[in-house]
Design a binder for this molecule. Structure first.
Ligand code: GLA
Length: 727
């Protein structure tokens, strides 16, 4: 009997696999998600499904939910629709008709990659549509590899990394939008017929105004803890375009890739263009589920040292701005070390001799220590950090120069500019961008880091800044027929340099900064440990920005610093506790002149730093649960982190508005184990206000009923540590 059953099962399975074979259906899966495409000889590769994990393709077919859309729509055969690719062949023909030919599969310990080879029916032009599924994380990356054997170059006018359709529903997108000092505000809107495009054209910093990341909620506005949500983030540091196009069938067609504007690409015969990956995730647990998927994947695969804890640092910028000198630095280090700090970073203003860097009008490119300001050199500073038992870090902006600099005097042709025009300048009225497409410039930029690191191997941290838009479109280096490659080749050059740096200096910690939060992107994070979230350090405004960023990027990478009161950007006067409570929800640091703190404030800071060291692993390596959004304007905002084993958690709440008679909502926690018990302790306070301080409460009650909190005063805030206890 048993034998017959087994036989029947195996027969069924073989029929199933035959059906799959004949349809050419392929299921690409992660632990909880699947994507299905169909590759059938002579037909376009078809995109069928993306959603929860499926065990069989027939299930998708039988339910008639298979979408059947071309997996990589091209222009010229179905001209009326939006497309992922448009080219001009060597003979001037503008059409492309891609058919599935074959596919190959590559495996490594972490992932499986499928590459589907599509060829044009007539021209020797081919595209590989690639999907990489992670084995332990719910992320699938998708990109293309484009090549041809035509007689002359083929011009690529549009060459998206990725395309996918989502069947009709009530589609909403959430994305990040803002400006300098107000980056990464979460914007949520319903998609209506027509196109919505998220884009960037800065050329250098691609996240100051918009970010190449989105959440696509399928059934109405995305909720934090439930609902079908697709998350996407493009791993590219240059210009991008992400288009959501809703057609008459109410299907949303999503296209993502390098922004093709002014970037048509001349692909030489046999050259391969690999487009940047779009990383996709899907969750039934709403926006929170998507964020946690991205965070885990990022910590493991897309962020330098993503699974290591970060030092607590003091950055000199808001403390002294350009006023760098040996004694000033020594004093800051000493005070910070006394507070328990771990790393001191000297920001802008330390370099230039012919033209000392006293303000932002000169010296970028002249990366020699200014002897007048720092007679003992960097050695002197490092000796000081050693005496104070902290590490040393330094600021650079190596992709840039100023008209007033020795570098520009020597190499006027190294800047990004047309050969026959006077360049428009940026910051300080004199700043210019170096041409990263030029290998000599790449060597120079590599050399900036290499020289510093060879001379001072003790340097533990580099803040890499980039403060200008690529204004003057033109390259002295690129040939006349390749001028349109500049936006792309700038970033390929930058990436090459970063790869070289990482090869030689795998351990140095690097921060991606670009006028604040201008480079919060997975295009760069594999080479950087963290990003500077914003030049705006106002704790109240940071809650909105950090909330936005947290949808896609993990706390371990989000630099969040306590700065002075009144705040230098907004003038707001916020209590030190609130400022610490906000900064502690990310990678804690300080951006302040410690000498200006009173003794009580120094004491408070010292204790806060001590406390952060205890909760740091939970915040930097745990799972994030956002509880009450500041964007909902309920007067408060709240979030928490739980350790991956749910043994510990840290809860944060901030009072965002202060009115008499204001109703404060109850705080329902999340991410705990329902049948476990947790001890609650208010931390980072002078005197506890928490009624439940020291009490043991079940995860079930904390998550279902929540707790009331006494947030009476303006800028009230609380941090509560939860520890699982046996009961
Ligand atoms: C940019 C950065 C700041 C600081 C200054 C220095 O604005 O975002 O943090 O480093 O440059 O000039």
């Amino acid at each position: 009997m048993k034998k017959i059953c087994l036989y029947l099962i195996s027969l069924l399975l073989s029929v199933n696999s035959l059906a799959q074979e004949s349809y050419g259906d392929i299921l690409i899966s992660t632990p909880n998600t699947s994507l299905m495409v169909t590759g059938k000889q002579g037909e376009p590769l078809r995109f069928q499904y993306y959603g929860s994990r499926m065990s069989s393709t027939t299930d998708i077919r039988n339910s008639a939910t298979a979408l059947g859309c071309s997996a990589y729509p091209t222009f010229g055969i179905d001209c009326a629709s939006e497309y992922a690719m448009q080219v001009c062949h060597a003979d001037g023909d503008l059409s492309l008709d891609l058919y599935y030919v074959s596919h190959e599969q590559e495996e490594d310990a972490d992932s499986r990659t499928w590459k589907f080879l599509l060829k044009d029916k007539i021209y020797p032009f081919e595209v590989k549509v690639c999907y990489k599924a992670y084995r332990t994380e719910d992320v699938i990356e998708t990109w293309t590899e484009i090549t041809h054997q035509e007689k002359k170059p083929v011009i690529l006018y549009k060459f998206a990394s990725a395309y996918f359709p989502v069947k009709s529903g009530n589609h909403w997108i959430s994305h990040l939008h803002g400006s300098w000092a107000a980056e990464s505000y979460l914007t949520e809107e319903q998609l209506t017929t027509g196109s919505k495009i998220i884009k960037n054209k800065d050329g250098v910093r691609n996240t100051q105004c918009d970010n190449p990341s989105f959440l696509l909620s399928i059934d109405g506005a995305a909720k934090e803890d439930y609902g079908h949500v697709i998350g996407g983030t493009l791993a590219w540091s240059g210009n991008y375009a992400i288009q959501f196009d809703i057609d008459y069938t109410r299907t949303t067609h999503v296209f993502a890739g390098i922004n093709p504007d002014a970037s048509f690409y001349k692909l030489a015969p046999k050259e391969t263009l690999r487009t940047p990956e779009l990383a996709l995730t899907y969750s039934l647990e709403g926006k929170g589920g998507v964020s946690r998927n991205f965070h885990r994947w990022a910590r493991k695969y897309k962020l330098a040292h993503g699974e290591q804890l970060r030092d607590i640092l003091l950055n000199s910028w808001e403390g002294v701005y350009f006023d760098i000198n040996q004694q000033g630095m020594t004093n800051m280090m000493k005070e910070f070390s006394d507070m328990g700090g771990e790393l001191f970073v000297m920001d802008d203003g330390w370099f230039g001799n012919k033209y000392p860097r006293n303000n932002d009008t000169s010296s970028l490119g002249d990366w020699e220590v200014c002897h007048e300001k720092l007679p003992e050199g960097i050695e002197g500073l490092i000796a000081d950090t050693c005496d104070n038992e902290i590490k040393f870090g330094i600021w650079i902006e190596p992709e840039m120069t100023n008209t007033v600099s020795e570098l520009y005097e020597k190499h006027p042709d190294w800047i990004v500019c047309q050969k026959n025009r006077t360049p428009s300048t940026g910051r300080g009225g004199t700043q210019l961008v170096l041409d990263m497409s030029n290998p000599k410039v790449q060597d120079f930029v590599f050399g900036v880091v290499d020289n510093l690191m060879t001379r001072h191997p003790e340097i533990a941290y580099i803040k890499w800044d980039a403060n200008m838009t690529l204004l003057n479109y033109g390259s002295h280096y690129l040939s006349a027929d390749k001028q349109s490659h500049l936006y792309i080749d700038f970033h390929r050059g930058l990436t090459q340099v970063l790869k070289r740096i990482r090869q030689k200096y795998p351990d140095v910690v690097m921060q991606a900064c670009a006028s604040g939060g201008g480079r919060v992107t997975y295009g760069l994070l594999p080479y950087f440990d963290e990003f500077w979230t914003s030049d705006n350090t106002d704790a109240l405004q940071r809650i909105y920005m950090q909330w936005g960023i947290s949808n896609f990027f993990p706390a371990v990478a989000m630099a969040s610093h306590v700065s002075a009161a009144p705040n230098h950007q907004t003038g707001r006067d916020i209590p030190l506790k609130f400022r610490f409570d906000v900064a502690m929800s990310g990678r804690l640091g300080m951006e302040i002149q410690p000498a200006n703190l009173s003794n009580d404030e120094k004491d408070f800071a010292k204790k806060a730093i001590q406390i952060y060291k205890v909760i740091r692993p939970i915040i930097q390596q745990g799972d994030l649960y956002r509880l009450i959004s500041p964007y909902e304007k309920r007067g408060v905002a709240s979030l928490m982190y739980t350790s991956l084993n749910k043994e510990q958690a840290v809860f944060f709440v901030y009072k965002m508005e202060h009115f008499y008679g204001q109703a404060i909502p109850r705080f329902r926690m999340a991410g705990l184990q329902a049948d476990a018990f947790y001890k609650l302790e208010e931390i980072n306070q002078v005197k506890t206000n928490l009624w439940q301080h020291g009490q043991v409460i079940s995860g079930k009650l904390l998550m279902e009923q929540g707790i009331d909190l006494p947030l009476h005063n303006e800028y009230a805030s609380m941090v509560v540590k939860l520890t699982r206890v046996d009961k």
